[in-house]
Ligand binder design. Structure first.
Ligand code: KG4
Ligand code: ZN
Length: 333
């Protein structure tokens, strides 16, 4: 019955979780609100706030899980990708904890952990499945052949989907992170009010930089004609841009499912919290008889539950790392 402590600190969430015998029993997340004033994550500030929060967050995770330090069998941590200084806090904490208690250390790839969030609850996807992984820094279509046998079959050539959400929301004057606000206002608007172009990218790759620029020029021109344009049309603008971003993602996912003849389809990453994207995936899944899997909201955006759950599967393989491990801003599966 392994008890795994998971630590996540790759961006602006300080999180710790406990997983007992494959079941997540706590998932404490402290979101850093300090970045809202700057319109995006300030790496230096993120590291400092992680440093302040990491110990109370871990203590809360242990408390909620009703375990003590003595019960932990292994420590899993996000090694990358992420902000180097932010990762350094989580990696150093995990190493110190493991060293002090003579425990094995398990490194976890943050993007793989997002996919593994689909194994936290029932029903779990069956191999092979295709996962659309959409976060603030990555947008990938991943062919998942087994827990640790993954192949990226499509990815963004420029901006990530979350970045597109955040940048378009910024154009609308909304604070960071804009994705959840686009979601909120979109629920009140007409998704067919405005049309934005679909990028013509071959194969299974994506591009979001063109749509961001098209959105910028569209809003700029309309505001020049009518200074109240944004105020009068915020819900319709949010609903329309959300619909376009979701349709770009789901169209490519459908292409991948057809190409690989796979009907087990999963969603992962922060943008998978988006209502419009979740709804469009459900509709598409029904039309195409896919079995579709979407993590619960708390496991979509950054969280340590997915790190602890991935740690559990690595623990079963005794896949441990040494104390000399360093954080990596970039890493592939
Ligand atoms: O996975 P994540 O928490 O962090 C990274 O690994 O990057 O993803 C963060 C991204 C941000 O761009 C944020 O705006 C977006 O996910 N996001 C959303 C929603 N919740 C988070 N985008 C649209 N709708 C949401 N409800
Ligand atoms: Zn993430």
């Amino acid at each position: 019955m392994p008890v795994i402590l998971g630590i996540e600190s790759s961006c602006d969430e300080t999180s710790a979780a406990v997983c007992i015998d494959g079941q997540v029993v706590s998932n404490t997340i402290s979101t850093q609100n300090i970045h809202a004033a700057y319109g995006g994550v300030v790496p230096e500030l993120a590291s400092r706030v992680h440093q302040q929060n990491i110990i109370p967050v871990v203590q809360q995770a242990l408390l909620t899980a009703k375990v003590t330090k003595n019960d932990i069998d292994a420590v899993s941590f996000t090694r990358g990708p992420g902000l180097l200084g932010a990762l350094l806090v989580g990696v150093s904490f995990a190493k110190a904890f493991a060293l002090a208690r003579n425990l094995p250390l398990i490194e976890v790839n943050h993007m793989q952990a997002h996919i593994m969030a689909n194994f936290i609850q029932e029903p779990k996807p069956k191999f092979p499945f295709i996962c659309l992984t959409v976060s603030g820094g990555h947008t990938q279509i991943v062919l998942v052949k087994d827990y640790f046998d993954l192949e990226i079959i499509g990815e963004t050539l420029d901006d990530a989907a979350g970045e597109a959400m955040d940048k378009t929301s910024r154009i609308l004057g909304l604070p960071y992170p804009g994705g959840p606000l686009i979601d909120k206002y979109a629920r009140l608007g007409n998704p067919n009010a405005f049309k934005f172009p679909e990028p013509q990218i071959q194969g299974l790759n994506f591009s979001f930089s063109g749509i961001k620029t098209a959105f910028l020029y569209f809003v700029r021109d309309r505001v020049a004609e009518n200074p109240d344009f944004l105020k009068d049309n915020l819900p319709d603008l949010c609903a329309s841009i959300e619909k376009r971003i979701a349709s770009i993602l789901i169209n490519k996912l459908k292409k991948a499912a057809d190409q690989y003849r796979i009907s087990e389809i999963a969603l992962a990453g922060g943008v998978s919290a988006n209502t419009g994207l979740r709804n469009l995936l459900q509709e598409t899944a029904e039309k195409n008889s896919w079995n579709c899997y979407i993590p619960a909201f708390e496991y979509c955006t950054d969280n340590a539950a997915m790190i602890a759950a991935t740690g559990y599967y690595k623990f079963l393989k005794q896949d441990f790392v040494g104390q000399q491990i360093i954080p990596l801003a970039r890493m592939s599966f």
